[in-house]
Every structure is written in structure tokens, then in C-alpha cells.
Design a protein around this ligand. Structure first.
Ligand code: NAP
Length: 256
């Protein structure tokens, strides 16, 4: 069974992606940085509810050594790695005047450096998986080629005055995605997802007034759910002719 690593999958969007990949037949590494119990519960539930296996592995993806250890743990658990989803992310609401360089760096470390660190460590294993992927042209039902999917944000396109470092990090993810898509082709596809407002812990602090104002901007008249992003991740995992692309999943809030 092929294996996938989903960073930041103890809760929220990452959890939904890990569960979706497991339902689709992938063994999954559930990564977390502080929520050990939640991550173990996700892994256990995957083991109980699907035919896939899951392990919970702690690593701060912003630390290159921990990211490398995370990839090693994935390969040790499942004998290889076919897909990576760089989902781990942090957010902070503060205007530039009050934003410290340390806080700026902390957001960059997790959101951009984390994706770079994990991808760099995973690349040899993804390339190895590519060698065993059947040639799509010769196979009516091809296994998907290995992939990296990076989770960006609608704010990469729009900017965000109260979280410039977050928006900059998510724009950085798009540059990383296109660079890596060209660099790793044809062996490994690299794409991004740019979600709009998704109901998770990250957005739980919005006031009712803020939510009402945001909802007015969303043509489909609902906020996103983690499963909406999991659907997009499953699509990009399987979309053998798609690389260097950003899939905007925002209910029409920003049409590009
Ligand atoms: P969330 O509920 O706050 O979950 C964040 C996840 O990332 C948790 O599993 C957390 O682990 C993990 N994490 C944080 N820092 C980490 C680190 N240094 N190393 C490893 N794991 C780390 O967030 P979410 O809403 O699901 O967001 C997931 C991704 O989608 C993020 O990249 C976010 O920027 C992006 N996004 C979210 C929205 C939205 O509206 N929610 C919109 C656009 C983009 P612990 O549980 O151990 O802390």
C-alpha cells in the first residue's frame, strides 16, 4: 500500500486530508507538533475505520532536523513515501507596527521553511516511488505519480493587513510550488491549494460580526469545511497531468 505524509494532521484541514487519504487506500503519517493525544486519536481512528495503517509522529516542520526525522519515520513505518501534503501552518493576527521580527520569523519558519524542509527530505523517496509508478501511457488505470501538495491561502493573492507575515508566507508557498514543480518534473508533481475561510481552530476566534461580513463575500453562502480541502488534496494527488498549479477552494470569494 502506498504511503502519504500529511504535516499538521492532528486536527483541522490536515486531519481531514489524512482521513481522506486513508479511506482512499494510503497508509498515512499523522504529524503534529504539540497535540500528541489528538494525533494519536486520529491515527487510531484511521486504523479502526479503514484498511489503512496510520502512525502519529511528532516533529516541528520548521526545524530541518526534525523534518528529516519525520520523513525517516514515515519511510521506516511504511517502506517508502508516495505523497506529501505540506499542510502544517500557523496564523497570528497583528498589525505590522506591533509585529516583532521574531514573530515574523516564527510564522515563516513553520509555513514556508516547513514545506521546504519536509519536501527536501522527502524528495529522494518520492523520486524512488516514481521509479516504481507504471508508465501512464501504457496503463489504462495508472497509479498516480508521486506528488507534493502545499497548502497556501486565499490571502496569498489578496494580502492581509492584520497578518502580513501570514500572507507573505502563503505567497512564498506559491513560489516554492512552481519552482519545485519545474525542478522535480517529470518524476514528482507539485501543486498548491489556496483555501478561503475554512471552519477550524484557526478561524474559531472570529466574532459574529466578522463572520457575517466575510460570509457576505462568499457566493456559495457557506464557509469551507475541512473535507472541502481534503477533496481538493485527493484530486491533486490523482491528477497526473496537473503540476505547478494552484487550486483555489474558496466558495467563489476570489475568482481568478
Ligand atoms: P489548525 O486547525 O490550527 O491546525 C494546524 C495544524 O498544524 C495542527 O495539526 C498543528 O499541530 C500543526 N502545526 C502547527 N505548527 C506546526 C509545526 N511547526 N510543525 C508541525 N505541525 C505544526 O489549522 P487549519 O485551519 O487546519 O489549517 C491548516 C492549513 O491550512 C494551514 O497551513 C493554514 O495556514 C491553511 N489555511 C487555513 C485556512 C482556514 O480558514 N482554516 C485558510 C487558508 C489556509 P498541533 O495540533 O500539534 O499544534
Amino acid at each position: 500500500m502506498p504511503a502519504a505524509l500529511v504535516t499538521g494532521s492532528s486536527r483541522g484541514i490536515g486531519r481531514a486530508i489524512a482521513e481522506r487519504f486513508a479511506r482512499d487506500g494510503y497508509d498515512v503519517v499523522v504529524n503534529y507538533v504539540s497535540s500528541a493525544q489528538k494525533a494519536r486519536a486520529v491515527a487510531e481512528s484511521i486504523g479502526e475505520k479503514t484498511d489503512s495503517e496510520a502512525v502519529a509522529v511528532r516533529a516541528d516542520v520548521g526545524d530541518p532536523e526534525e523534518a528529516a526525522d519525520l520523513v525517516d519515520a514515515a519511510v521506516e513505518a511504511f517502506g517508502g513515501l508516495a505523497h506529501v501534503v505540506n499542510n502544517a501552518g500557523v496564523d497570528q493576527h497583528v498589525y505590522t507596527e506591533a509585529l516583532s521580527p521574531e514573530d515574523f520569523d516564527a510564522v515563516m519558519d513553520t509555513n514556508v521553511n516547513g514545506a521546504f524542509n519536509v519536501t527536501k527530505a522527502a524528495l529522494p523517496h518520492l523520486r524512488e516511488a516514481a521509479e516504481t509508478t507504471p508508465d501512464e501511457a501504457d496503463d489504462a488505470d495508472p497509479a498516480p505519480t508521486p506528488s507534493v501538495t502545499n497548502v497556501s491561502s486565499i490571502l496569498a493573492h489578496t494580502g492581509a493587513p492584520v497578518e502580513c507575515h501570514y500572507a507573505a508566507s502563503k505567497a512564498g508557498i506559491l513560489g516554492l510550488t512552481k519552482s519545485h514543480a519545474g525542478d522535480f518534473a517529470p518524476d514528482v508533481r507539485v501543486n498548491a491549494i489556496a483555501p478561503g475561510h475554512v471552519e477550524t481552530d484557526m478561524t474559531a476566534d472570529r466574532t459574529e460580526d466578522e463572520k457575517e461580513a466575510e460570509m457576505a463575500e462568499i457566493p456559495v453562502e457557506r464557509f469551507g469545511q475541512p473535507r472541502d480541502i481534503a477533496d481538493a488534496a485527493a484530486y491533486l494527488r490523482d491528477a497526473g497531468f496537473v503540476t505547478g498549479e494552484t487550486l483555489n477552494v474558496n466558495g467563489g470569494e476570489l475568482m481568478r
